[in-house]
Ligand binder design. Structure first.
Ligand code: F6R
Length: 610
């Protein structure tokens, strides 16, 4: 949510900040702003409601010169999207702050500061931080000390970047519960909430730890940890290549990311398989001893990542014979739960910064779990740093708000984990070899599904005028139906619900008429016959069916039944392959409806607030 970027350089920073905001826009896009310290010693601020391009127009009309500045793209939490609520927020005309996250105790602080005469012009919690730091600056006369002192008075989750007209060429930044990286340049340094924002200016990054405070100048980066000790943090290089964040030949990031799946699935498998086995070391050098002891798996995640966890439950129970529970993080973290002995805590997250998932992990670490394993796509993210074991997906940056390649690579990582676990719990070597062979063939099969793009686009036309839809699946394809429904609703705004097909007659069948398209994922597996009777129930009520299946399933086109045949695939891997046409379907429906595919309304890519 929200994006922060900042720079201290020998050149004008306006272009760097604007480019950074464009790259961060996927995180929040209801308003944007920047503040730059001009050569005559004043802070100049520009803010605008809407997308970053609206701010860019404003800045093009009246450019701001200056060598240090901070900028922000917002996803509203406190206060509606408006110019007054847009960041940066200022105290007087000297101090400017940008903020990601939430200040929980902002209300009493606001009253206190207002009583002292500080002027509030917005509804945000951030403005409190600006005044608080300014008050501390007046008390201490030291910029870094002022920020540190202010931090002792605020509670919540935040990443902050602060500049002051009396402290030219310096930014002070901090993080607690919200990510912040420092981009290391030559004679210039940068900060951002996500390294992607800075890839046009550097590929070297320092990831701040929770509670760190840092002072950034052109030539120096000084970092203090939570205990106020001056510390060195490692500098790491970004390795994905800059083109990973360009749309290239594609109209939308989402389409590009869907089409990248054969390559990123291959990358996620790379170095983790022999001819017939999954390399256990892919989970970490000591993984073997740990997996041997696992008696239960608790999976916690949100949204699409939660759906990946739901698929994994079928795999873990089937292949390892180990009980597995799956829960959304926002529920898990707020209830009392019983931890079975020898339970592995498994989190799944594309960003590694999702507030609820992180909070659940932190809670789990005190709850006596055997260990915490994370499946994650962002190296250096909080989840990765705080887990005992990590399996990185190799999806590369995912910019489209609707998760696609992150999901399928999560499933690959989860399958690798499941096989490694199951080997310690009686998985026959022949079955493991079968799975490995099928995994190797999967990128090619996904490529074949992508070649159905044109037919799926034609199918999408049936949905443009619809307001509702139903997705059905059985077994491990039920979470795939849920994922398909989530994709359709989030980017095309068509109401979509997913049901295990067997539940149809227990209620949702009442919704079915000729206006209700029913989408089904129906590979040729042991549940197919049961699914076919569910589909008859839909047809009998005049419901129009859209069936993704394979040629051996003997489901045929007829009046009101649209059938799309996918390549044959091993039952265990069907959830991965059958996800892809549903992604394409929702993409094309959204394009036909003219919605903003990459940045759907009300959503943000990385949900770093509760
Ligand atoms: C939907 C989507 C979200 C995320 C969810 C968790 O397309 O992307 O549902 O899956 O916000 O995010 P991560 O995986 O970053 O923890």
């Amino acid at each position: 949510m929200c994006g922060i970027v900042g720079a201290v350089a020998q050149r004008d920073v306006q272009g760097i900040l604007l480019e950074g905001l464009h790259r961060l826009e996927y995180r929040g896009y209801d308003s944007a702003g920047m503040a730059i310290l001009t050569p005559n010693g004043t802070v100049q601020r520009q803010r605008e409601v809407g997308k970053v391009s609206a701010l860019a127009d404003l800045i093009e009309a009246s450019p701001i010169k200056g060598h240090s500045g901070i900028a922000h793209t917002r996803w509203a939490t406190h206060g509606r999207p408006s110019v007054l609520n847009a960041h940066p927020h200022m105290s007087g005309d000297r101090l400017a702050v940008v903020h990601n996250g939430i200040i929980e105790n902002f209300q009493p602080l606001r009253e206190e500061l207002a009583n002292e005469g500080y002027d509030f012009t917005s509804e945000t919690d951030t403005e409190v931080v600006a005044h608080l730091i300014e008050r501390c600056y007046r008390q201490t006369g030291d910029f870094v000390a002022a920020v540190k002192k202010a931090l002792t008075q605020i509670h919540g989750a935040y990443a902050l970047a602060v500049m002051h007209a009396d402290e030219p060429g310096r930014l002070v930044v901090t993080r607690e519960g919200s990510p912040l990286v420092i981009g290391v340049g030559i004679g210039e340094n940068f900060i951002a909430s996500d390294q992607l924002a800075l890839l046009s200016v550097t590929d070297r990054f320092i990831f701040l730890e929770e509670g760190d405070v840092a002072e950034i100048t052109q030539d120096e980066i000084r970092i203090w940890d939570r205990d106020d000790t001056l510390v060195e943090r490692p500098v790491s290089r970004y390795e994905h290549g800059v083109d990973a964040v360009d749309k290239g030949e594609y109209r939308h990031f989402m389409l590009k990311e869907i089409h990248e799946q054969p390559r990123v699935i291959k990358a996620t498998l790379e170095g983790r398989l022999t001819d017939s086995r999954v390399l256990e070391q892919a989970l970490g050098t000591d993984a073997g001893a740990l997996l041997e002891n696992v008696r239960h798996v608790q999976i916690v995640a949100c949204g699409t990542s939660y759906h990946a966890g739901m698929v994994a439950r079928y795999w873990i129970e089937e292949l390892a014979g180990i009980p597995c529970s799956v829960e959304v993080a926002s529920e898990y973290r707020y209830r009392k739960h019983v931890v079975q002995p020898d339970t592995l805590f498994l989190t799944i997250s594309q960003s590694g910064e999702t507030a609820d998932t992180l909070a659940a992990l932190r809670m789990a670490k005190k709850d006596g779990f055997l260990a915490a394993l994370a499946i994650c796509n962002v190296p250096g993210s909080s989840l990765v740093r705080e887990s005992d074991l990590v399996v990185m997906t190799q999806a590369g940056p995912e910019i489209g708000v609707a998760s696609t390649k992150a999901f399928t690579t999560q499933l690959i990582a989860l399958m690798l984990f499941t096989v490694a676990l199951a080997r310690h719990h009686g998985l026959p070597a022949e079955l493991e070899a079968d799975i490995v062979r099928e995994l190797r063939m999967l990128p090619g099969k996904v490529q074949d599904v992508l070649s159905l793009d044109g037919s799926i686009e034609t199918m999408a036309r049936h949905f443009v005028e619809k307001s509702h839809s139903l997705f059905l699946g059985r077994g491990s394809l039920y979470p795939v139906a849920m994922e398909g429904a989530l994709k359709l609703k989030e980017i095309s705004y068509i109401h979509a619900e997913a049901y295990p097909a067997g539940e149809l007659k227990h209620g949702p069948l009442a919704l079915v008429d000729s206006e209700m398209p029913v989408i089904t994922v129906a590979p040729n597996n042991e549940l197919l016959d049961k699914l076919k009777s569910n589909l008859q129930e839909v047809r009998a009520r005049g419901g129009e069916l859209f069936v993704f299946t394979d040629q051996h399933a003997s489901l045929h086109e007829e009046e009101g039944v649209h059938v799309m045949s996918l390549p044959e695939v091993h039952n265990l891997l069907a959830p991965i392959l059958y996800t892809v046409p549903l992604q394409l379907l929702s993409y094309h429906v959204a394009v036909l409806k003219g919605t903003d595919v990459d940045q759907p309304r009300n959503l943000a890519k990385s949900v770093t607030v509760e």
